[in-house]
Design a binder for this molecule. Structure first.
Ligand SMILES: NC(=O)c1ccc[n+]([C@@H]2O[C@H](COP(=O)([O-])OP(=O)(O)OC[C@H]3O[C@@H](n4cnc5c(N)ncnc54)[C@H](OP(=O)(O)O)[C@@H]3O)[C@@H](O)[C@H]2O)c1
Length: 323
């Protein structure tokens, strides 16, 4: 089969198509004929050599989310059968014509959704569900802030937070991105190049922040958080360290938390998938949650897809299609 391989750490051009053997599913896995795969920012970090994959997954083929057709099932798989249309969270290996996934991290392609649309869901929706709703415990009526509102994570966070009744603020780097976030339901959108999000939100405060930026945002977020507020980290693109006043944490009874999805055990991911299917999948049927696809490229143009992502001009997801 054709797979896109990170031939060495470096610029997008290190991603090259190579022939690889079709992977063989273990007892609890399914083999999926990949029709589409999503690009995520962690793939870029992996390509640069800054995000080594966990053991047990393809080490040099990126790709954390796919959609396609079940081609073969391991002996212990009971839910899926050959021919089923699924999307799946995978630990790696998604940029290929075939990939294996644990049966528990596969979900049905939602009715009326294309493979490209379905493949845009697993990494972002699982990450948002776990961090915003499980760790962040976001509730109806609360104030929620997400940075990178137009990112793959951002568009999922805005739509889910709105669907579950929160007041949503997002930060982005352009007016066009602001408009897109508002169209997805954001109540407030702040172009951080023109306005300081702390000043804009100071009067209301926030209950939950989903932070992928870190750096000097951390102190601003600590000041903005209301009593019992939750600050959830999923990355630290502007720096991982900050000076904190522990008195603020005590006085406001704050929770500081965060997580990375990829290195979690398969049982955790299967439990998360089951909750996502129960809580989020119903929203997909009536398009209360929409796929936002910025660009779809053929699998062999993975390098170009990474260039597009690194330009940071995209709004929503960048996808690969296997033709
Ligand atoms: N912890 C986890 O489990 C987990 C899982 C998946 C993703 N993530 C993280 O979540 C974030 C979003 O992922 P994604 O795949 O949705 O990414 P993405 O679509 O590429 O979006 C990233 C966006 O962040 C904004 N940004 C702000 N500061 C930036 C900086 N210093 N460098 C680059 N971009 C910057 C950019 O938009 P603006 O124009 O608005 O600045 C950019 O479009 C990433 O940081 C990723 O690593 C974490």
């Amino acid at each position: 089969m054709k797979a896109i391989v990170i031939t060495q750490p470096g610029a997008p051009g290190v991603l090259q198509g190579q022939e690889r053997p079709v992977p063989v599913p273990t007892a609890g896995e399914v083999l999926i004929k990949v029709m589409a795969a999503g690009i995520n920012r962690p793939d870029v970090a992996q390509r640069k050599g800054n995000y080594p994959p966990p053991p047990g997954v393809p080490q040099d083929v990126p790709g954390l989310e796919i959609a396609g057709i079940v081609a073969e099932c391991g002996t212990e798989v009971s839910r899926w059968k050959k021919g089923d249309a699924v999307c799946a969270l995978v630990g790696g290996g998604g940029y290929a014509e075939y990939a294996v996934a644990h049966a528990g991290t596969c979900l049905p392609v939602p009715e009326g959704w294309s493979f490209v649309e379905a493949a845009s869901l697993p990494e972002t929706v699982f990450t948002v569900w776990h961090n915003v709703f499980q760790r962040g415990r976001l509730k109806k009526g609360e104030h929620f802030l997400v940075h990178g509102g137009s990112s793959g994570i951002g568009i999922a966070a805005i739509q889910l937070a709105k669907a579950f009744g929160a007041q949503v603020a997002a930060t982005v780097g352009s007016e066009e991105k602001c408009q897109a976030c508002r169209a997805l339901g954001a109540d407030i959108c702040i172009n951080y190049k023109e306005e300081d999000f702390e000043q804009v939100l100071a009067a209301e405060g926030v209950d939950v922040v989903l932070d992928m930026i870190g750096g000097d945002y951390i102190q601003k977020e600590m000041r903005l958080l209301k009593a019992e507020g939750r600050l959830v980290f999923i990355n630290t693109m502007q720096g991982a360290t900050a000076e904190l006043n522990a008195m603020d944490i005590m006085r406001k009874r704050l929770t500081l938390t965060g997580s990375t999805l990829r290195n979690r055990e398969k049982e955790f991911k299967a439990g998360l998938a089951a909750e996502v299917e129960r809580e989020v999948w119903p929203l997909l049927k009536n398009k209360q949650f929409k796929a936002v696809i910025y660009k779809t490229l053929p699998l062999q143009e993975a390098a170009e897809a990474h260039r597009v992502m690194e330009s940071s001009q995209h709004i929503g997801k960048i996808m690969l299609k296997v033709e």
